[in-house]
Design a protein. Structure first.
Length: 205
C-alpha cells in the first residue's frame, strides 16, 4: 500500500466525502421534492366544509344557501325523533341567543334534518315550536339531504331498533360559518354557554 505524503489530501478520502455530501444532498432534495410535489398537493386536496345547497323549508318553500348570503350561520344537523342530543342542542341555541342579545339577529341558526324519510316540513315546523322561533328548520328529499351531508362533511347513519324502527347516529356539533360562507369551526355538544357564545361572536366580526 502506497504511503500518503504528509500535508497532502488523500484523494480516496476526498472522493468518499464528495460522495457522502452528494448522497445527503440528494436525500434532502428527495424529502423536499416529495413535500413540494405531495405536501402542497395534500394541502390543496384538504376537504372543504360547506357550499351551495337547495332544501325545503317548514312551509314547503325552496330554501338555498343564497337566502343566507351576507349573514353568518350556525348549522346543526339532527332529526325530530332524536331522544337527547337534538333537543338539548336546540335548547342550548336558545340560551346562546339570549346571551347574544341584539347580536342574535346578526346570525342565522339553522336546523337541518338528516332523516328526510320521516322529517316532513310540517313535522319540522311543529317540532321547532318548542324552541326559539328564530331557528330555521330545513329538510328535503333523500337526494337533497345526501348532497348537503357530503358538502358539509356530516356523518349520519341509520341504526335499526327493536320492532323494525330506527334511530339516527349523527354528528353532534354545531357548524359555524362567517358571512361569506367560509367554515369557521364548531361548537361542541354541551359546550359551556360562555365558550359557545365566544365562538359565535368571533364569526360576527
Amino acid at each position: 500500500m502506497a504511503a500518503q505524503t504528509p500535508g497532502r489530501p488523500n484523494p480516496t478520502r476526498k472522493v468518499l466525502w464528495i460522495g457522502a455530501a452528494a448522497a445527503l444532498l440528494m436525500a434532502g432534495w428527495g424529502t423536499l421534492g416529495w413535500y413540494l410535489t405531495n405536501g402542497f398537493q395534500m394541502a390543496h386536496e384538504m376537504p372543504s366544509v360547506g357550499g351551495p345547497f337547495a332544501l325545503v323549508g317548514t312551509n314547503g318553500q325552496t330554501v338555498t344557501d343564497k337566502d343566507f348570503a351576507g349573514k353568518p350561520r350556525a348549522m346543526f344537523f339532527g332529526f325530530t325523533y332524536c331522544p337527547d342530543v337534538c333537543p338539548t342542542t336546540l335548547a342550548d341555541v336558545g340560551a346562546w341567543m339570549k346571551a347574544l342579545g341584539d347580536k342574535a339577529d346578526d346570525i342565522r341558526f339553522i336546523f337541518v334534518s338528516i332523516d328526510p324519510e320521516r322529517d316532513t316540513p310540517e313535522l319540522m315546523r311543529d317540532y321547532l315550536t318548542a324552541f326559539d322561533p328564530r331557528i330555521t328548520g330545513l329538510t328535503g328529499s333523500v337526494q337533497q339531504i345526501d348532497a348537503i351531508k357530503r358538502a358539509y362533511r356530516v356523518y349520519a347513519k341509520k341504526v335499526p331498533t327493536e320492532g323494525g324502527d330506527y334511530t339516527m347516529d349523527h354528528t353532534a356539533g354545531v357548524y359555524l360559518f362567517d358571512k361569506d360562507g367560509n367554515f369557521a369551526g364548531t361548537v361542541n355538544y354541551t359546550e359551556p354557554t360562555d365558550e359557545a357564545v365566544k365562538k359565535i361572536r368571533s364569526v360576527l366580526g
